[in-house]
Design a protein around this ligand. Structure first.
Ligand code: BGC
Length: 414
């Protein structure tokens, strides 16, 4: 908990304002296991914003938007061509250049090591289901830390580990697309926990004052029908598993602390009907959900009011500072995006007023990008990208201007 409550509409000095991206979703020239994956719209990661080519322009956008932080990932597959190998020089140089450009603009890098993309050599060995994965990842984490020593302080080892395990091995939607293999999902999560603890040690060895955590997804799970025992049980089970059981070991592993902060990825609420969730992402049409009283964007139902208590619970249960490492909406409606942003920034301010130690907010996302299985139809970007045009022109959206002003003034607008 912070000692002094920031008064009024201001945020505490040094509060981080950023956006978040991940390499597979924006870079293009893909070399990881998403390379050949065709999304529902039949497009692939290479049809995206081509950030690997246009990174200088994109980093320039961060400056224009007055950002003082940026959450980015390195693509493991670009850096290592085989287990425990030396890094590819050209890829390493490009990533260092990106970090240096950020630092030159006083933009704090938040570096994610694993955000759903695997090197092909790792994927063919069974990915995270293989016990060797832990040693391979620890080696990778140590090398990254040594490479960015003196340049990067904040590290996110894994993005949404439980989501990853379930999407790959229960729903079977993400590579390697295995359905209902609960055993493999369980093994994946266990190996991600072990790998996180090892990576934590490796990074600390290279950078003793590094701040390390995971980005964990949280939702407000509520029963669709408050009177129905199955819906009530579904919501309770989802909350217990997704929010808490799948966080514990990324904070305390075998009796020792292995995190310095918790990253909260928060998008909204999920109504549970039995053990199934009701949202467009899970296959329900928006119109049908609206008839049921559930108003959604292209993916989920918003619930900004829940954010302060979510942050408070995470901080209380873990005793750690929190960052909102992702928050955003998939929509074509700019008023909706602006309102969503303002409501969540206000909710973040409310959490600070309650005394929760929130240190930063990252909007998902800087650019329209590959929304995994959903392809390019979900517009999360503060900056739009014209995917039909060969040069992928960017267009700064109105919500981005509102966010730029919040970041510049470090204040919640009237
Ligand atoms: C993931 C992002 C994703 C976003 C919107 C998070 O679950 O970390 O990669 O694009 O949510 O679905």
């Amino acid at each position: 908990m912070i000692e002094k409550k920031a008064p009024g509409r201001e945020f505490p000095p040094g509060f981080l304002w950023g956006t978040a991206t991940s390499p597979t979703q924006i870079e293009g020239e893909t070399v990881n296991d998403w390379r050949a994956f065709a999304a529902n719209d039949r497009m692939t990661a290479d049809d995206g914003p081509r950030h690997w080519q246009y990174y200088r322009e994109d980093l320039g956008l961060l400056r224009r938007l007055n950002q003082n932080a940026y959450r980015l990932g390195f693509d493991w597959a670009r850096l290592q061509a085989e287990p425990c190998a030396e890094f590819d020089r050209a890829a390493a140089d490009r990533y260092i250049e990106i970090i240096d450009r950020l630092r030159a603009e006083k933009i704090e890098p938040f570096l994610t090591l694993f955000h759903f993309g695997l090197p092909p050599w790792f994927a063919v060995r069974g990915g995270w289901t293989n016990g060797d994965a832990i040693t391979c990842f620890a080696d990778y984490a140590g090398r990254v830390a040594r490479m960015v020593r003196g340049r990067v302080r904040y590290f996110v080892t894994h993005n949404e580990p439980a989501v990853y395990a379930i999407m790959c091995y229960v729903f079977g939607n993400w590579p390697p697309c295995r359905k209902m293999r609960i055993d493999l999902a369980y093994r994946t999560l266990g190996n991600l926990e072990r790998a996180h603890a090892r990576a934590y040690d490796e990074i600390k060895r290279a950078i003793p004052d590094a701040q390390i955590g995971i980005a964990k997804h949280f939702k407000n799970y509520v029963p669709y029908r408050g009177w129905h025992p199955l819906d009530v049980a579904g919501a309770k089970a989802a909350r217990l598993f997704f929010d808490w059981m799948s966080l514990k070991k990324f904070v305390n592993f075998r009796g020792r602390r292995v995190a310095d902060f918790v990253g909260v990825n928060f998008y909204g609420r999920l109504r549970m009907k039995g053990c199934g969730g009701l949202s467009p992402l899970l296959g329900y049409e928006r119109e049908r959900l609206a008839e049921m009283g559930i108003v959604c964007d292209d993916m989920w139902e918003e619930d900004a009011a829940y954010l302060p208590s979510c942050l408070a619970q995470v901080a209380r249960r873990t005793g750690l500072p929190v960052f909102i490492t992702e928050n955003g909406t998939a929509t074509d409606d700019e008023d909706r995006r602006t309102e969503y942003l303002l409501r969540h920034v206000r909710a973040t301010r409310d959490a600070l007023t309650r005394g929760v130690d929130v240190r930063g907010y990252f909007y998902w996302s800087l650019l329209d990008n590959l929304e995994w299985t959903e392809g390019f139809s979900k517009k999360f970007g503060l900056v739009g990208v014209d995917f039909a045009h060969p040069d992928r022109p960017r267009q700064v959206r109105p919500a981005a201007q509102v966010y730029a002003e919040i970041a510049r003034t470090n204040t919640l607008p009237e």
